[in-house]
Design a protein around this ligand. Structure first.
Ligand SMILES: C[S@@+](CC[C@H](N)C(=O)[O-])C[C@H]1O[C@@H](n2cnc3c(N)ncnc32)[C@H](O)[C@@H]1O
Length: 261
């Protein structure tokens, strides 16, 4: 609550940096590849200030957004979605009432497996048979790539903090980010499949070269949002899709699965 209410402005994240724009462009294209045709009912769980709700509404979907942070829910009203203050582990939606559930955030804010399982069980409950679930995770190795790109690894405290994430997959939340869980692609796929979803597939959102973009931007102070480097990194993300070994280099992972019909 403190992180999203006071420390960061989540509304800026996907527009101000090149790697943020990359996350948006790739999330959009991966979702559009799997979404049913509009109009359909989408529940955006952990939808934040509505970055994805906005374009989904523009695409013709009926979006309801749930988030526990009051500031996010207030901002999300401008997206055109209906909004609700709530928690992924206790959804108020009726059984079988949505065509699509998005969970692009809650899984990494729930470090305990039992909580993630509850959130996935709730997503399954509120989906119609045959409905689509799309779940994001942060990659286990993302902080290593990120802080190498930011040229932070000469700092002992930073090396120790990242070293702990690499081993335990949990960030303690004392610095920079909240207490958080970092998935491997295989784990995210297994958790979604264990919750009863079928045809589960996992994608690297930003692909293997996103940290080059972050490095160029942070080390030069220039914007790379519109650049040949951006286009190249985006192309690399698309080219990497058939190669599961490269999932480990992406910043976020996106998993899709369906409630059995
Ligand atoms: C990084 S933001 C992502 C926002 C948006 N979905 C996006 O992809 O841009 C993570 C979001 O998850 C929300 N969140 C954290 N814990 C949650 C929980 N237990 N249930 C639902 N949402 C949660 C946060 O409030 C925040 O809005």
């Amino acid at each position: 609550m403190r992180f999203y209410s006071e420390t960061v402005d989540e509304a800026d994240r996907l527009v101000t940096t090149a790697d943020g724009r990359l996350e948006m462009v790739r999330t959009q294209e991966l979702l559009r590849r799997h979404l049913p045709a509009s109009p359909a009912r989408v529940l955006d769980v952990g939808g934040g200030p509505g970055a994805h709700a906005r374009w989904l509404v523009e695409d013709g979907y009926a979006v309801h957004l749930v988030d526990p942070v009051r500031r996010h829910v207030e901002r999300a009203k401008a997206s055109g979605a209906t909004v609700e203050l709530g928690d992924a582990r206790r959804l108020t939606a009726d059984d079988g009432s949505y065509d699509v559930v998005l969970m692009l955030g809650p899984m990494y804010h729930l470090p305990e497996r039992a909580d993630r399982d509850r959130a996935l069980a709730e997503a399954r409950r509120v989906l119609k048979p045959g409905g689509l679930l799309a779940v994001a995770g942060i990659n286990r190795y993302a902080s290593l790539f990120e802080h190498a790109a930011y040229a932070h690894l000469h700092k002992k405290a930073m090396r120790e903090s990242i070293g702990t994430i690499l081993v335990t997959q949990v960030h303690d939340g004392k610095n920079a980010f909240t207490r958080a869980y970092f998935h491997s692609g295989e784990q995210l796929r297994d958790e979604v499949a264990a919750a009863g979803f079928v045809d589960v597939d996992v994608f690297g959102v930003e692909g293997p070269a996103w940290s080059l973009l972050a490095a160029a931007e942070r080390n030069t102070g220039q914007s790379f949002r519109e650049s040949h480097l951006f286009d190249s990194v985006l192309t690399a993300a698309r080219m990497a899709e058939p190669h599961p070994e490269l999932l480990a280099a992406s910043s976020h992972l996106l998993t899709v699965g369906w409630r059995p019909s």
